[in-house]
Design a protein around this ligand. Structure first.
Ligand code: HPA
Length: 283
């Protein structure tokens, strides 16, 4: 097994190859968990933290900031451990899932390389499937707080790409129709929608939400699209699931607050966690 170099080059350095750092991170994970390769990865956003325990036996838990290229999260309500979980599927086969309990957001100012480092690390561990989850504002009034929604497509309104140079990746089907079908087999009531990523960290204005609606958005949030693009570049099959934590600005009768987002996540936590675990066991 490869030993992690004592000092891994910084993602901030433009001369650093971010895939080299992802390789070092994957080697560290293999060493720390004793699991040579992972089959799938999950990124747990606001409200989704409880899913890990329901997936299967936790083989190992690593403080995320100890993995090369990662730093401590700055968002309240996010977990800061990376877990390797042994998942027993319905057909009796076993999969290894890498569960990233936090993500780096664009608004943290660490750059797009840091935002997608988890995804690239997951790919370097061997993962072929990626489940991205988040908390989002809903644009449809029938979606009350606590409604899980499959992401069918996205609008990347950040003006940023995780790809550098002439890397022309096809995005015709970022979020796998096959995986959405599997999710709907687990829960036929699951609805789907288009997710629009804004840069944040401020919430949107009502005018921005109206613009997003005209452009085709059903959900607004501050994550996921940049990670999904990086994942497609790495060849990962992606499932995206949002938890509606609030009605978006201008649709909601009350001002938005991060506390409200966390609260809605906590209230829906047990239900959506078991849904996510059931889906992950089928993919
Ligand atoms: N907007 C952006 N991000 C969010 C929201 C929202 O309304 N709710 C949860 N994350």
């Amino acid at each position: 097994m490869t030993t992690t170099p004592a000092s891994t080059p910084s993602l901030d350095d433009p001369t650093t190859d971010p895939f080299h750092v992802a390789r070092a991170a994957a080697d560290h994970i293999a060493e720390a968990t004793g699991v040579d390769g992972h089959d799938m990865a999950l990124v747990l956003g606001s409200g989704w933290g409880g899913a890990a325990e329901l997936l299967g036996d936790v083989v190992a838990e690593i403080p995320t900031h100890e993995i090369p290229g990662f730093s401590a999260t700055t968002v309240a309500g996010h977990l800061t451990v990376t877990r390797s979980i042994r998942v027993e599927r319905a057909d009796g086969s076993v999969r290894h899932a890498l569960v990233l309990g936090s993500r780096t957001h664009l608004y943290e100012g660490k750059g797009v390389r840091a935002v997608v480092h988890g995804v690239r690390t997951a790919a370097a561990t061997g993962a072929q499937t990626l489940i991205l989850t988040n908390g989002a504002g809903g644009l449809r009034t029938e979606w009350t707080a606590g409604t899980p929604v499959l992401i069918s497509d996205h609008l990347n309104l950040t003006g940023r790409s995780p790809l550098e140079g002439p890397t022309f990746v096809d995005l015709s089907e970022v979020y796998s129709a096959r995986l959405r079908d599997i999710a709907r087999r687990v829960d036929p009531t699951l609805t789907e929608g288009v997710y629009a990523q804004f840069p944040g960290p401020h919430y949107e204005t009502p005018a921005e939400v109206r613009m997003a609606r005209v452009a085709g958005a059903d959900l607004v949030g501050m994550s996921t699209t940049i990670e999904a693009i990086a994942a497609r570049h790495c060849g990962l099959e992606v499932l995206g699931v949002s938890l509606v934590t609030n009605l978006a600005a201008g649709i909601s009768p009350t001002p938005l607050s991060h506390a409200e987002v966390i609260e809605a996540g906590q209230a829906a936590g047990p239900r959506i966690s078991s849904l996510l675990a059931d889906i992950a066991k089928q993919v």
